[in-house]
Design a binder for this molecule. Structure first.
Ligand SMILES: *Cc1c(COP(=O)(O)O)cnc(C)c1O
Length: 348
């Protein structure tokens, strides 16, 4: 059916170019029944929060916001005063793709960046930035922020998260996890969500819903409940409190039932692995970052770039010849194989 619509062709630019997955859409439809309390005081929203507490095996506090930029910015603003700073990598979404929102919502908290290694922040760099200065003229480090999966498609092992959190604790810093693609990371690791978050020292997780197949929305999950004390006011002031909250929360029910979220994420990861394998078997194509989850980052020869452009394949290219292909719950084997065949023909 969707093939009769314009734009049916699989896009690889981002996982947010896919539609709503059927389970989330069913849950959304089911939520459109009758009258319910607004602003999150409804039974559906309470149920989703309970499901998330079960999933994380702990009494965390959960809030729903419209997008990842808001989730990250408001979570960081909760931990920081205006004269504080947040340590992250120079490739961090909060640094490069949020239009200064973390600084804006925290009234001036500065981001201190370290070079990344395959997308990952290194504990030694955290210590370096945290101890570099302690005088009154320098914004005082207060938090560490990492993305899981990272912006270059890699996945932190629980031990790597724990090592970062150990340095953070030692330096009196909180640990924030940007989980826009948390589902893909958990599916790749095959571990309990608790093991990659609070058991490894994460204080607050922004659990991405949009990229895993929801219509819209992310969950901000506070494992340190002391941090969330006034978060509701922060959300409201920022224009992030949905009045018809059930439509933001209920789709999560469809995802969290029977591990649907993990199955979709595992599928996306499998599609990326298939794509990486197919592309890297071709002459002149090589990975520029390990393919740990649902993103494929490759060096693509110019004839391949030209051929994909002519064919109308939508994906990201970077200055210097790099290309990014993201896979989602909706990416099919056939779409992946078609893409590989196009590149193969261009390089033959
Ligand atoms: C997509 C993404 C976000 C969320 O971005 P929004 O467009 O604001 O929803 C956050 N962090 C990372 C690493 C992302 O890839």
């Amino acid at each position: 059916m969707k093939h009769t619509l314009p734009g049916w062709r699989t896009q690889f630019a981002s996982d947010n170019t896919a539609g709503i997955c059927p389970e989330a859409l069913d849950a959304l439809q089911a939520a459109n029944e009758g009258w319910l309390a607004s602003y999150g005081n409804d039974a559906l929203t309470r149920e989703v929060c309970d499901r998330l507490r079960e999933l994380f095996e702990t009494e965390c506090d959960v809030y729903f916001v419209f997008n990842g930029t808001a989730a990250n910015s408001l979570a960081l603003a909760t931990m920081c005063q205006s004269y504080h700073s947040v340590i992250c990598t120079d490739a961090a979404h909060i640094e490069t793709d949020e239009c200064g929102a973390p600084e804006f919502f925290s009234n001036g908290t500065k981001l201190l960046t370290a070079p990344h290694s395959d997308g990952k922040l290194q504990p030694a760099d955290v210590r370096l930035l945290a101890t570099k200065r302690s005088d009154i003229h320098y914004p005082r480090p207060r938090a560490v922020s990492i993305a899981q999966t990272t912006e270059t498609g890699t996945v932190y092992r629980p031990g790597e998260v724990a090592a970062l959190s150990a340095v953070a604790r030692e330096q009196g810093l909180r640990l924030h996890m940007d989980g826009a693609r948390f589902a893909n990371a958990v599916a790749a690791l095959g571990l309990a969500p608790a093991d990659v978050t609070w058991r490894a020292g994460v204080d607050v997780l922004c659990f991405g819903g949009t990229k895993m197949g929801l219509p819209v929305g992310e969950a901000v999950v506070f494992f340190d409940r002391g941090l969330s004390e006034e978060f509701a006011w922060r959300c409201k002031q920022a224009g992030q409190l949905a009045s018809k909250m059930r439509f933001l929360s209920a789709p999560w029910l469809g995802m969290l039932r029977d591990d649907v979220w993990l199955r979709h994420a595992a599928h996306a990861n499998r599609m990326a692995a298939r794509l990486a394998e197919g592309l890297c078997a071709l002459p002149g194509v090589s990975l520029i970052s390990p393919c740990d989850a649902n993103g494929v980052f490759v060096e693509l020869p110019a004839p391949a770039v030209a051929a994909l452009g002519d064919a109308g394949v939508v994906y990201y290219t970077f200055i210097g010849g790099g290309a990014r292909f993201m896979c989602s719950w909706a990416t099919s084997d056939a779409a992946v194989d078609e893409l590989v065949a196009l590149v193969a023909a261009a390089l033959a």
